[in-house]
Design a protein around this ligand. Structure first.
Ligand code: CAA
Length: 389
């Protein structure tokens, strides 16, 4: 029996800041951000969206009544959690109207956790093939204004339905993991922005990719030529390009050209959104599948998941004949319709997020077009609203 990704859907903000404009405001050369970092636009997440609303907004458009009836596992992977105790998944299950008989859990290991969710979900469906699992990677990447990490911010959520006989990608049960205590990026409980050793984190990322990718090839007795395309966690799109380049010597010149061409498709939408932390690898997969017309059923796609701290995993899946039917086909139009905000407006929104204290707060959500919004905090409880209810 094949198990894997049946549907993928993405949500981000309706607002973005132009990276050339941000570079000018920070006295940097625009090409540093556009080419050196590899980002063209960065999602600006308004205060009316958080990890919970982004997750619900990502998932609801793809779920049919039959899907909802079959889902008995919801994993919300995030490092932008809204509570130290209660799982974001409980709020998301409520907003989505999931079955009461559902297992809801929040998972954390930096940007890696959605992959742990996918693996848990595929194991679950292999045991219960009549059931489906919903896995959502949802985050807001925040380093702070005027920091070197600022151009690698962004945000959004990627929802995946995991099922038997999947429409999109049949997952291989083999994978290679690596987990070690590394202080490359972390966020102590009292910080709203991440702490990072930027250059070190980029080097560790490459080391991890080399380790798990070459480990996978050795364990499976495979070569790089077996893969049609390799996809990566993309904290900024140049990071994935560096990782890909680090293994190109394993390929012939023709294979190198093909892998680089596929990579351009795989970073297309990430370049326009920025870092999503947990959802980033899977937005890259969606980007590849939506924009690369050369792909064919049965192509093998490699996935490299990385979470600082640090954990990495390489695994793979085979493209299914009707894969287009499981994709978020409206994504290109939605991204194109987003509204550009000035750097001053981005800074205002960045500083306008719900304060982390015990006061009652009200958030203006009038301009937010999304179905699920955060309207504020009352009696120390987040207030979520389904604007279509
Ligand atoms: N034209 C073209 N390229 C230019 C340029 C110009 N005018 N000016 C500079 N560049 C290039 C540089 O040569 C450099 O390229 P290489 O990396 O290929 O050498 C690139 O632009 C970036 O320049 P700097 O290294 O000088 O940039 P920086 O010191 O300001 O910081 C950063 C870059 C370290 C990525 C920083 O943005 C950061 O810390 N980001 C957050 C950490 C991160 O994303 N780490 C990734 C691995 S960790 C992970 O993956 C988990 C996660 O999601 C966080």
């Amino acid at each position: 029996m094949q198990v894997g990704i049946d549907k993928l859907h993405f949500a981000t903000s309706h607002l973005y800041v132009d990276m050339a404009e941000l570079a000018n405001a920070r006295d940097e050369a625009p090409d540093k951000y556009l080419i050196g970092i590899g980002q063209s636009k960065m999602a600006v997440i308004p205060p009316s969206q958080d990890a919970v609303t982004l997750a619900a907004n990502a998932a609801y458009p793809m779920l049919t009544a039959a899907d909802i009836a079959a889902i008995d596992l919801l994993v919300v992977a995030t490092e932008s959690g809204v509570d130290n105790s209660k799982a974001a998944a409980i709020y998301v299950a409520q907003l989505l109207g999931l079955n009461r008989r559902v297992r809801t859990i929040e998972m954390k290991e930096a940007c890696y956790a959605a992959t742990a969710g996918v693996q848990l979900a595929q194991d679950h469906v292999r045991v219960h093939p009549d059931k489906k699992a919903l896995v959502i990677g949802t985050d807001i990447a925040r380093y702070g204004l005027h920091t070197s990490g600022e151009p690698t911010q962004g945000g959004g959520a990627l929802a995946m339905l995991i099922s038997a006989n999947p429409q999109v990608l049949a997952l291989d049960t083999n994978s290679v993991m690596l987990s070690q205590d590394v202080m490359d990026f972390w966020r102590p409980l009292y910080h709203t922005t991440a702490l990072v050793d930027g250059k070190y984190s980029s080097n560790i990322y490459i080391d991890y990719f080399q380790d798990v990718f070459k480990g996978y090839l050795a364990e499976q007795d495979m070569s790089i030529a077996d893969f049609t395309a390799l996809t990566f966690h993309l904290p900024y799109t140049k990071m994935g390009l560096k990782a890909l380049r680090s293994v190109l010597p394993l390929a012939t010149m023709d294979q190198q050209a093909a892998l680089l061409a596929h990579f351009e498709h795989a970073r297309h939408f990430n370049r326009q959104v920025g870092n999503l932390y947990t959802g980033s690898l899977y937005l890259s997969l969606l980007s590849l599948l939506l924009t690369d017309a050369t792909l064919k059923p049965n192509d093998l796609i490699g996935l490299f998941s990385y979470g600082s701290g640090a954990e990495g995993e390489f695994y793979a899946g085979r493209l299914q004949p009707a894969y287009q039917q499981g994709l978020d086909l409206g994504l290109p139009q939605r991204l194109a319709r987003r509204q550009r905000v000035s750097v001053a407006e981005y800074e205002r929104l960045f500083n306008g997020q719900l304060a982390w204290n015990d006061t009652d707060q009200v958030i203006d959500y009038a301009d937010d077009p999304h179905r699920f919004v955060l309207t504020g905090q009352k009696a120390e409880q987040h207030q979520y609203l389904d604007t279509q209810a």
